[in-house]
Design a protein around this ligand. Structure first.
Ligand code: PHE
Length: 356
């Protein structure tokens, strides 16, 4: 009996001393496991005389029950302590400052491109694309730009580096989106009605020119498309884009090798106190180049000019963005200055407005 009391004291002390689940389990195995001390003693009961057994049996059972209880109590205490510790560690400090506000914005070029696409898609134009590195055939020859045209000189055009001994014609960074006209007609023939927004490159740098900028090309080819269709399309576009009811366009006779006749288009506007107003006033702002696609261009793209005709236009997207959102210096568009982007950028999800 004294043995059992000593055993009880010993295991109770070990249970109390167990500081985690694993240590407690080790104590349980040592006492109550299959080969545990208490279990072995219980197995010894069989060899006892009935009288001895009558005394020892209940005492051993009581010891076993008492140790089991003590282990269970300790186990739940350890679990509580572990939970407490985790809760203490994972507290949220509500006095911390909030996360900094979202800093990214939609670049005005992206916004305006989306607006232009939305408006012209409403008018039935699909979106086409072409490569930014072009052969000089697509960028110049197919567009009826003669070999000695000034725009071909290194002054304006970025030529890709090539071994001078290489007999293949040179590649250029496309200087306008017009080569997409050729590529599209070559692939799909006539009739067609597409726009091609994208990056273009020219060696130029001042307040209103950057070496990389953006254009959107328009092309509509069918059997009887005329300048009247071009005028209506551009007027509808400007009304929707600038969100003013009355706009006035001026078609100025001009020259592009790939259109005949050609027209540069100005929009009526006013500058007062540095504020630009579209649709009123006595000033004119040039916004695009356009014309009826030259028969040679149609032919170069595999379209029969005796059967098909149509118009093309090329608008500077950067110019549109400057006009609509009042940004005076084009160079800032590409400086990646976070303050500028915060100020002029758009919130993601701002839906382009397509009508006044
Ligand atoms: N490609 C011309 C330019 O970059 C614009 C243009 C396009 C003019 C289509 C007429 C027709 O200046």
């Amino acid at each position: 009996m004294d043995d059992l009391a000593a055993l009880k004291t010993k295991y109770e002390a070990e249970i109390a001393a167990a500081t985690d689940e694993a240590a407690l389990e080790a104590v349980r195995v040592a006492a109550l496991g299959k080969k545990g001390e208490v279990s072995l003693m219980m197995r010894g009961l069989g060899a006892m005389s009935p009288e001895e057994r009558q005394l020892a049996g209940p005492a051993l059972n009581a010891l076993k029950a008492s140790l089991s209880d003590a282990i269970a109590v300790r186990r739940s205490a350890l679990a509580d302590a572990a939970l407490e510790a985790r809760l203490a560690e994972e507290t949220v400090d509500v006095t911390l400052p909030p996360r900094p506000a979202r800093t990214g914005t939609i670049h005005p070029i992206t916004q305006v491109t989306e607006e232009v696409i939305a408006i012209l898609a409403d008018l039935g134009f699909g979106v086409a694309e072409g490569p930014q590195v072009e052969t000089d055939w697509y960028n110049f020859d197919a567009l009826n730009i003669p070999a000695d045209h000034p725009s071909r000189t290194e002054m304006d055009t970025f030529y890709m580096h090539r071994d001078p001994a290489d007999p293949r014609p040179p590649h250029v960074l496309r200087t306008h989106t017009s080569p997409v006209q050729i590529r599209y007609m070559e692939a799909h023939g006539a009739p067609c009605r597409i726009i091609a927004p994208g990056r273009v490159y020219r060696a130029d740098y001042d307040q209103t020119h950057t070496p990389m900028f953006h254009q959107v090309e328009g092309l509509a080819i069918d059997r009887d498309i005329s300048m009247a269709n071009l005028k209506w399309t551009l007027e509808e576009f400007c009304r929707a884009f600038f969100e003013v009811e009355t706009i006035e366009l001026r078609f100025r006779a001009s020259h592009f090798p790939f259109t005949e006749p050609s027209a540069e288009v100005d929009i009526r506007c006013s500058w007062t106190d540095g504020q630009l107003r579209i649709g009123e006033g006595d000033d004119w702002m040039e916004i695009l180049g356009s014309g009826m696609v030259h028969p040679k261009v149609l032919r170069a793209a595999g379209v029969d000019p005796d059967e098909w005709q149509g118009f093309a236009f090329g608008i500077g997207i950067d110019r549109l963005a400057m006009l609509k959102y009042g940004m005076p210096d084009l160079r800032a568009f590409f400086d990646s200055d976070l303050r500028w982007l915060q100020h002029y950028g758009f919130r993601p999800g701002d839906v382009p407005r397509t009508f006044a």
